[in-house]
Design a protein around this ligand. Structure first.
Ligand code: TTP
Length: 393
C-alpha cells in the first residue's frame, strides 16, 4: 500500500523555528519529525511513500531523496496550503489501489500504524480526556459511525489521530467543499468513507501532534526516551555517562563531562570539558557545548554553540545559534504557575511549569544575558551584554 505523508504546511504556530526549516524537518531525536511517520509507514509495510510538499519543499526533498530504507519515495507539490484533503488531492496521480494518509508532523505509536494497515479501511484514534478539543469519532458495534469536529457534547473520548487507511474509492472523493475555516479537510473525505464502508477504529497507545514549540520539546522527550545506550564517538575516560546516552560516531565528549540520559549527542558535536548535560536532551550535529555549561531537557539544533558558563533548561534552540558566555535561561516562574508563550500573537499557557526559551536560527546573545521563561527570540535576533530579556524580539 502507498502511504501519503503530508508535509506541505507552513508551521505558523511553531515559528520562528520554521522560518527556514519546515516543521516536518525539525529535529526529533535522531531524525527529522516527518521521518518518524515515514518510518512507521515503512515498518508497517508501505511499498511507496508519497510526500506532499509545499513550504520549503527543497529541504524535505534533499533529506529524503528518492528512496528511504529501500522503499521508493516520490513527491507531490501542493502549491497553496488549502487543507489536508487538498494536500492528498495534490498526490492524486500517484494513487492507485488502497492508500494510507499520515500527518508528517504527528508521532504515532508504530505498532498502531501496522494495525491500521492490516485492518483497512481504518482510522487511528486516541483516547483523550477532553475530546471537545478534537475531531471525535463515534462508533457503533466496533466500526466508526461518524466524525464530528470539536463537539460540545462528544459522543466518545476517541479523538481522530490523523492516520487513515483508505479504500481505493476514496481517491475519487478528495474534492470536498471548504470547511468553515476555509480549508478542504481530510476529515470530510473520511466522513464519506464512513458512509460507504465499514471503517475500523485502531486505538493508539501514544500519539502526538506537534504544532507548537513546546510540543517539539515533548516529541524529543518521547523519542529520546526510546533510545538505547550506544557509545560510538570519542569519549574521554574521565567523562561520566549514565543511563541511555547515545554518542554518535564523530562526536566528542571531553574530560570532566557528566551526562545523564536520555541524551543524544549527534555526529560532529563536542561537549566539554566540564559540562553537565541532563535528559531529555538532543545535542544536534556540529553543536558545541563548552566549559562549565549545563544543558537540561532541551533541543540544540545543528551548528549551535553554547560555549562558556551558561545554563539552558527546557528550551529549544534553532540552528547556528550562539549563546555568549554566561547566558542564563530561567525555566520556572517564581509563582510556580504554568509558563506562557506567544503563538500567532496570542499569549497562551504551555501547560508546563518548567519551560525556558525558544530561539530562532542564528540568534546571538551578549555575555551574561538573562532570558526569562517563555521568551521567544526571532531568527537572527540579538541581545546586549548583561541584558535581562523579558519581552519577545
Ligand atoms: P496543520 O498542523 O494544520 O498545519 P501546519 O503544519 O501548516 O501548522 P500551522 O497550523 O502551525 O500553520 O497541518 C496538519 C498536517 O497537514 C501537517 O502535517 C501539515 C499538513 N498540511 C498540508 O500538507 N497541507 C495543507 O494545506 C495543510 C493545511 C496541512
Amino acid at each position: 500500500m502507498k502511504a501519503v505523508v503530508l508535509a506541505a504546511g507552513k508551521g505558523t504556530r511553531i515559528r520562528p523555528l520554521s522560518d527556514a526549516v519546515p516543521k516536518p524537518m525539525l529535529p526529533v531525536a535522531d531524525r527529522p519529525l516527518a521521518a518518524h511517520a515515514v518510518d512507521a509507514a515503512i515498518d508497517a509495510g508501505a511499498d511507496e511513500i508519497v510526500l506532499v510538499v509545499g513550504y520549503e519543499a527543497d529541504e524535505v526533498e534533499s533529506f529524503f531523496g528518492s528512496e528511504r530504507r529501500g522503499v521508493p519515495v516520490s513527491y507531490a507539490v501542493q502549491t497553496e496550503q488549502n487543507g489536508t484533503a487538498d494536500a492528498v488531492n495534490a498526490a492524486r496521480e500517484h494513487l492507485e489501489g488502497p492508500f494510507a494518509v499520515l500527518n508528517g508532523d504527528n508521532l504515532y505509536d508504530p505498532d498502531a500504524i501496522e494495525r491500521l494497515f492490516e485492518r483497512r479501511p481504518a482510522v487511528c484514534a486516541v483516547e483523550v480526556d477532553e475530546p471537545s478539543n478534537y475531531g471525535v469519532l463515534s462508533t457503533d458495534d466496533g466500526t466508526v459511525s461518524g466524525i464530528v469536529e470539536k463537539p460540545a457534547n462528544p459522543p466518545t473520548n476517541l479523538a481522530n489521530a490523523g492516520a487513515y487507511a483508505f479504500p481505493e474509492k476514496a481517491a475519487d472523493w478528495l474534492e470536498v467543499p471548504a470547511s468553515e475555516r476555509g480549508e478542504h479537510e481530510i476529515t470530510d473525505v473520511l466522513a464519506r468513507v464512513i458512509e460507504e464502508f465499514a471503517v475500523t477504529p485502531v486505538t493508539l497507545d501514544r500519539w502526538m501532534d506537534v504544532g507548537r514549540p513546546w510540543e517539539l520539546l515533548e516529541a524529543n522527550e518521547w523519542k529520546l526516551g526510546d533510545l538505547d545506550r550506544r557509545i560510538e564517538g570519542d569519549v574521554s575516560d574521565s567523562a561520566h555517562l549514565e543511563g541511555d546516552v547515545v554518542v554518535e560516531p564523530g562526536a566528542t565528549v571531553k574530560p570532566g563531562v557528566v551526562i545523564e540520559g536520555p541524551v543524544l549527542i549527534r555526529s560532529g558535536a563536542t561537549v566539554g570539558p566540564n559540562a553537565y548535560v541532563r535528559g531529555a536532551t538532543l545535542i544536534g550535529e556540529d553543536v558545541s557545548v563548552g566549559n562549565g555549561v549545563e544543558i537540561k531537557n532541551s533541543v540544540l539544533s545543528a551548528g549551535t554553540s553554547v560555549n562558556h558558563l551558561s545554563y539552558v533548561g527546557d528550551s529549544v534552540l534553532g540552528q547556528d545559534v550562539n549563546f555568549g558566555a554566561g547566558t542564563t535561561v530561567a525555566n520556572l516562574r517564581h509563582d510556580d504557575g504554568d509558563v506562557k508563550f506567544t503563538v500567532k500573537g496570542e499569549r497562551i499557557s504551555t501547560g508546563r511549569r518548567k519551560f525556558g526559551v525558544v530561539v530562532g536560527d542564528r540568534v546571538k546573545t551578549g555575555i551574561n544575558s538573562s532570558l526569562t521563561p517563555g521568551l521567544k527570540l526571532g531568527t537572527e535576533a540579538t541581545t546586549a551584554p548583561g541584558e535581562v530579556v523579558e519581552r519577545d524580539r
